[in-house]
Design a protein around this ligand. Sequence first.
Ligand SMILES: NC(=O)c1ccc[n+]([C@@H]2O[C@H](COP(=O)([O-])OP(=O)(O)OC[C@H]3O[C@@H](n4cnc5c(N)ncnc54)[C@H](O)[C@@H]3O)[C@@H](O)[C@H]2O)c1
Length: 273
Amino acid sequence: MNDLLGYTGKNVVVTGAASGMGQAAAQLLVDCGASVYALDIADVSVPVTRALRVDMKDAASLDAAVQALPDEIYGLFNCAGVPSPPFAALDTVLINFSGLRYLTEALLPRMSDGSGIASIASTAGMGWKPNLAKVREFLALDNTLATAQQWLTQHTDAVPDGYGFSKQCIIVYTMSQAKPLAQRGIRINCIAPSPTDSAFMKTLKGEGQIPDEAVELFLPSNGRYATGQDMGEALVMLNSKLGGFISGNNLPVDFGYCAEVYMGQRDDLLGIS
Ligand SMILES: NC(=O)c1ccc[n+]([C@@H]2O[C@H](COP(=O)([O-])OP(=O)(O)OC[C@H]3O[C@@H](n4cnc5c(N)ncnc54)[C@H](O)[C@@H]3O)[C@@H](O)[C@H]2O)c1
């Protein structure tokens, strides 16, 4: 069979594989013949090669997982994440970005020409430009969770919204790593999903007490929530052979929501244009 996506027999790592977008990506990758290593704080139901329990904000658990992962990795899918509220801003940034960066840089020595990294950012992070100086200050820190935690504790005023900041960091990190990684033939991208029906969304609306109408302001004009599958497919495409010349992008996967904002066809509620 023509292995159009190029995953047959390749080792891939998926964080957040227990649920939602990460679960969908993990299942697609299993279906494509990859050896899937799933990292999550929760039980993973997809029949992966190996599931490892990690807490993305805990360096020791990430170190243990890295030790258990194979020596060669073709694709890294950074999907784990939480909303704030209800999660505290500090924990949200540690889980959504600092753990992602720590894991990514631990695995990069095992990646080579042709491999790729795909992460999940958010439209909530697309207002990164006015906040670039603060994001860069955070990214310039040593890549340890302890250092990140210390900086965040000292800059609570600068990071009132843990979620938006965590996603700004993913976008700026993705773009700033494209150059050094291109020199090794490795690609790095992220996606910005529109509201997606998942456990995350239920937590945001329930414990986070965000009303339906507030979320629905950000739905695309097709009027529907995305599914985890919609996002899993975009991630799997980006890291595949078909995305072989795509790097340094934050790809809106939103059925045109951002395009409408850029074209003045709807209000720019997130300051993205
Ligand atoms: N759902 C949306 O509307 C939406 C929109 C934009 C971006 N996102 C982002 O998409 C990503 C995936 O979210 P989803 O919608 O599939 O939600 P989800 O809740 O279904 O999946 C998130 C996964 O991350 C795991 N996880 C949470 N905390 C963890 C931790 N500390 N350590 C390890 N794993 C942990 C969960 O167990 C779960 O399997 C997140 O990064 C989220 O920020 C979601």
